[in-house]
Design a protein around this ligand. Structure first.
Ligand code: ADP
Ligand code: ZN
Ligand code: ZN
Length: 697
């Protein structure tokens, strides 16, 4: 019997024990999928590279491997290296990452089931080799310049690098991705293309499929059935798929012939996984490209400040597409100064849209064009209140208000999901007049219909208002149906949350308005302005997609702070100016990307338990720090996050801050292994996790 090291999905931080040892009758190469006994169960595992420093143990204590799934080619060294790196960097067990990123169906399969699946794949019809070559647009001079830099690396003829492609929406970035992918595929390699949102995959998939009719394209995202996901993953792993298009989880897709990684909308926060191993797919894509010596292309109209700084310092190559394709203009941005609007009569609420904006919307209706109203708050009203006694619709389980949803007359907590019917009268004083405070998309939709009820469409009939947000798209297929209605011109005014600002190619929209964006200017979240700028730029990009209408497309912003620098940069469509002012502030304050953060989060029913654990963890970290590093590493005391209580659990967190990534990693490597044992000493602690490079702090 031979001893083999196997990565299994151990519970969180089981001492970070990298792998467990088992016995096998034959040698097994690393990356082989096996099933092994663990406690009373049989679990999936991956044979892993043996740790030369592992302490010796008696073979007779070891159990034999239960099954070897020989039909699956072992996961290669590049894939294992990616997993090893992720585990080390994000402070997780190797097995936790390795198994969690496999298709769930693969983890369940036994040998015979796998054999059947693989047999089915051989039998699949190959793509049409005689497919006609699709038409490609002649490149713009900007695209040509960018591709002169990119193509040699995509063909494998020049050393690989990480490139940041900065280009406004409609500047032809996707065309650049297509050309790069084509070069990589023609060189016999595979291309991996990441998108932030599952909702955006169908559009992009259609574009790639149309361009590469003779190639095999697969998608990978959480919306696939387990069987589809396994099939697509297997095609990638076996080298049958040429192009993989997916969301963040696809960054771990094994690709034996990888030749290119594209990360579209690289600034998007959804690239960061928010539970389990909290990895950043964008950052891992960059690592992967570096490790596998293939070019990485990050694209965005509003790059993350992290990537922008790398591009400024020369670590990434900066490529720009400053103009929209075909003389397309960017919408003119108008700031609507809300401090100058007429005051509503005493006791009355101000209307949601100021008169000039309403006028601009009427014009659109008369011309048969569409307006998009962006309000990042779903529900009817964020709070319900009693003016007699001051009662407000709090959540009994969270430190947050419950949102009033009028459609089903419910009060819903957006943090824990707790919902019940709206009370008839104030629960505290019996007052019958409980009122909505503030406004969400549901209410805006209703109010817009009222405000425009007196005008008739050119074709006859009342103005048609629609809403797209997480509530209106809960049912499968409903988002597609609603988008189709917008594209077909069956909607005059579309009200929506962030969901509608991303990616959609609305041809009839010539007016985009941000109804109430000011909140993000004054939060304690230091990334809020960066996100707001990106969202507003993206929203602006929804207007004037049609070249003919571009010249009269506009973006309006209702703001009480028209003098804010963010809006000035937005008016000028000047990302570089915005970025440099933000970077200057971040540098002054010692915030990322000029520092590197890790957060230890935990929760317990009793806040004292959470705080005691974090204080002990803080003391452990401080004890590890040599005094000469005091300037370079700061270990903060525990604090409560913005929403401190969720679903009955009190949340607390503590922050580590370092001048350099290497210093932070140095501390984490010694500190994390102490946290498991430390946790055991704090009874009553529920969940806890280290979050490296957290987005929300
Ligand atoms: P982005 O990804 O930057 O938003 P796209 O690549 O989607 O930009 O291009 C915007 C629009 O311009 C699309 O309709 C696309 O088909 C078209 N387009 C892109 N490049 C060219 C080109 N060189 N010539 C003509 N049309 C182009
Ligand atoms: Zn009351
Ligand atoms: Zn709640």
């Amino acid at each position: 019997m031979i001893r083999v090291s196997v990565a299994v999905e151990t519970p969180q931080y089981a001492g970070l024990a990298p792998c467990l040892d088992y016995l096998s009758e034959q040698p097994l190469s690393p990356g082989t999928l096996v099933r092994v006994p663990l406690g009373q169960r049989e679990v999936p595992g991956l044979v892993w590279d043996a740790d030369p420093e592992a302490p010796p143990c008696d073979d007779h204590l070891l159990k034999p491997v239960a099954q070897v799934l020989q039909a699956l080619p072992p996961l290669g060294p590049a894939w294992r290296q990616l997993v090893d790196f992720s585990a080390r960097y994000y402070q997780r067990a190797v097995g936790e990452i390795a198994l969690a990123v496999l298709p769930p169906e693969l983890r369940r399969l036994e040998s015979d089931g796998l054999d059947r699946r693989l047999a089915k794949l051989a039998r699949r019809a190959p793509p049409d080799a005689q497919a006609p070559t699709p038409e490609r647009p002649a490149l713009s001079p900007g695209q040509q310049a960018v591709l002169t830099t990119l193509l040699p690396a995509c063909r494998g003829e020049a050393p690989p690098a990480t490139h940041l492609l900065h280009g406004v929406t409609g500047s032809g970035k996707t065309e650049v991705y297509l050309r790069c992918a084509e070069a990589a595929l023609d060189a016999g390699r595979q291309a991996l293309v990441l998108v932030p949102e599952i909702n955006l995959t169908p559009q992009l998939e259609a574009r790639f499929a149309q361009r590469f009719p003779g190639r095999r394209l697969v998608t990978l995202h959480s919306g696939l059935t387990p069987a589809q996901r396994l099939q697509h993953w297997l095609m990638a792993h076996l080298g049958q798929a040429d192009l993989v298009l997916g969301t963040r989880l696809a960054v771990f897709c094994p690709l034996p012939r990888l030749g290119l990684v594209v990360v579209d909308e690289e600034h998007d926060p959804s690239y960061k996984q928010q539970d389990g191993a909290r990895y950043s797919a964008r950052d891992l894509a960059v690592y992967r490209g570096h490790a596998e010596r293939v070019p990485v292309l990050l694209g965005s109209a509003t790059p993350s400040l992290e990537s922008w700084l790398h591009a400024q310092s020369g670590r990434y190559t900066l490529l720009s597409l400053p103009e929209r394709i075909g003389q397309g203009e960017l919408p003119r941005v108008t700031l609507l100064d809300m401090t100058q609007q007429p005051k509503p009569p005493a006791g009355r609420e101000a209307p949601p849209l100021a008169a000039p904006l309403l006028q601009a919307m009427r014009q659109r209706v008369e011309r048969g064009e569409q307006t998009l109203l962006f309000l990042n708050r779903r529900g009817f009203a964020p709070v319900l209140g009693c003016s007699a006694c001051g009662w407000k619709s709090g959540c009994p389980h969270c430190s947050a208000w419950r949102v009033f949803h009028k459609r089903d007359r419910s009060l819903r907590c957006h943090h824990c999901g707790f919902a019940d019917r709206v009370p008839r009268a104030c629960p505290d004083c019996g007052n019958l007049d409980i009122e909505p405070i503030g406004r969400g998309t549901e209410r805006l939709e209703e109010q817009v219909a009222e405000l425009l009820h007196d005008i008739e469409r050119p074709g006859g009939g009342a103005v048609r208002v629609a809403r797209i947000d997480a509530d209106s798209t809960r049912l499968k297929g409903s988002l597609e149906a609603q988008l189709a209605a917008v594209h077909a011109g069956e909607v005059d005014v579309l009200v929506g949350t962030q969901m509608v600002t991303k990616g959609h190619d609305f041809r009839r929209v010539t007016l985009v308005a941000a109804v109430n964006p000011d909140g993000a200017l004054f939060t304690s979240d230091f990334r809020a302005p960066e996100r707001l700028f990106a969202t507003l730029m993206q929203a602006a990009g929804r207007a004037g997609r049609d070249a003919e209408a571009a010249s009269r497309s506009e973006m309006w912003i209702q703001t009480w702070n028209p003098g804010h620098a963010l809006f000035a940069a937005l008016r000028a469509h000047d990302f570089a100016a915005f970025a440099s002012s933000q970077l200057a502030e971040r540098e002054m304050a010692g915030l990322p990307p000029y520092s590197h953060l890790a957060l230890l989060r935990c929760e317990a029913r009793d806040p004292a338990v959470a705080e005691a654990f974090l204080r002990a963890a803080r003391d452990a970290a401080r004890a590890l720090m040599p005094p000469e590093l005091a300037d370079e590493l700061v270990v903060y005391s525990p604090v409560a996050p913005h929403v401190a209580k969720v679903a009955g659990f009190e949340r607390r967190q503590m922050l580590l801050e370092a001048r350099s990534r290497a210093r932070l990693q140095w501390l984490l490597a010694q500190w994390s292994p102490q946290l498991g044992p430390l946790r055991a000493a704090h009874k009553g602690l529920a969940r806890w996790a280290v979050d490296v490079d957290p987005l929300d702090i």
